[in-house]
Design a protein around this ligand. Structure first.
Ligand SMILES: [Mg+2]
Length: 376
């Protein structure tokens, strides 16, 4: 059975506005919701399977300065408003201690969350959402990831705390949080079936370089495995084509399908590096320069002396890249020379993979589009 996932959501400064002077919402006139919190939490509730858990420090709750009744009034108004908008929470965990008491139940301590740490929950796929660095620390302590509310200036705070690895996103508003949670990994799959070929391609850009390739052409499989391994993308391809005619359609249509899933998985391209280039290797020198800029171009400076390399026609190698560029809508310049034909072909696929790896890399803290045009 698949493990459960949760969003551990802070209250003040995250669901509702935190008063900048007292940090205490102890009456209804101080209650104000964060913009967009209702519709975005509604979407998250409806379109994902995260449990929603409120985790909040309420300093000195129950003491004379912060009476129980004041808290309860705000809390019940808040829950009614969320419920009316279709958002119900699965659990509510409140710590009442003050910072000086150093209680393990107080965030970033995890003592209130032991029920989620028994192995029943996939914490690595769960998130803590909050407006303080202690929320990101809580994420680190849980082995989860944090989402910090705020502008890009908070990147320094995260870096200084050494929490870059635990902070998945810094977002100014709930719209961005929902977009992030509703669009997890950059993945795509595609089946392309014609009278000549039947191709299924699965791509996960942010992968580990794993490949499952079966095209019926051993050398081509070997080259596509290089693309996966050296780009860091996970690529599965099952192709059955009219190899009794020749290799042409199988290689061309695989390239078209692969280009297509790259374009799909890259989505808006926000935050990507866009360009990639590299210069390897051994007896062969290969340059692969790539621009995922949305236009199609292939510049090919390489030639093969042999008609076939393994069971792959040499003329199909440039044709593979031309077809890929056509569907991925990218510019690719390949410049390769060398003595050994197998080596040269492999260098081209590897250099291409490395260029892809660089170009698809996405800056986790950036939603910027690497273009002055406004789209790619
Ligand atoms: Mg807070």
């Amino acid at each position: 059975m698949e493990k459960k996932k949760a969003l551990f959501i802070d209250r003040d400064g995250t669901l509702i506005v935190e008063p900048p002077d007292t940090f205490q919402v102890d009456s209804l006139d101080k209650l104000e919701f964060l913009p967009g919190v209702f519709r975005n939490l509604y979407d998250i509730r409806k379109m994902t399977d995260y449990e929603l858990v409120i985790v909040s420090n309420q300093d000195g709750l129950g003491k004379p300065q912060y009476p129980e009744e004041a808290f309860r009034q705000v809390q019940s108004f808040m829950f009614r408003a969320f419920k009316n908008e279709g958002v119900e929470f699965d659990d509510v965990l409140i710590d009442r201690s003050k910072e000086a008491e150093n209680k393990p139940t107080r965030k970033p301590g995890t003592a209130m969350l032991t029920g989620y740490m028994t192995g029943e929950y996939d914490l690595a796929s769960s998130y803590v959402i909050g407006d303080r660095i202690t929320d990101i620390e809580l994420a680190a302590n849980l082995g989860a990831k944090g989402i910090l509310i705020g502008g890009r200036e908070r990147e320094d705070e995260v870096r200084e705390a050494g929490l870059e690895g635990s902070c998945a996103l810094i977002a100014e508003e709930w719209d961005a949080i929902a977009t992030f949670l509703l669009n997890p990994g950059r993945k795509s799959s595609y089946r392309r079936k014609t009278g000549e070929t039947d191709i299924f391609v699965e791509l996960e850009i942010d992968g580990e370089g794993k490949a499952g390739i079966e095209t019926g052409l051993n050398f081509f499989d070997h080259m596509l495995e290089q693309v996966a391994r050296h780009s860091g993308c996970n690529i599965n391809i099952k192709a059955s084509g009219d190899l009794h005619v020749d290799e042409h359609h199988t290689i061309e249509d695989t390239a078209l399908a692969l280009g297509y899933v790259f374009r799909e998985a890259l989505g808006s391209k926000r935050g990507i590096d866009r360009y990639g280039f590299v210069l390897p290797m051994d007896d062969s020198l290969c340059l692969a320069a790539l621009d995922l800029g949305g236009r199609t171009w292939l510049s090919w400076e390489a030639s093969f002396k042999r008609e076939k390399i393994g069971d792959m026609p040499a003329e199909m190698i440039p044709h593979f890249f031309r077809s890929f560029c056509e569907q991925a809508r990218c510019n690719l310049h390949i410049n390769a020379k060398g003595e050994n034909e197998h080596h040269k072909a492999e260098a081209i696929f590897k250099a291409f993979a490395r260029a892809l790896k660089m170009a698809v890399r996405k800056e986790p803290f950036s939603g910027d589009l690497p273009s002055t045009k406004g789209y790619l």
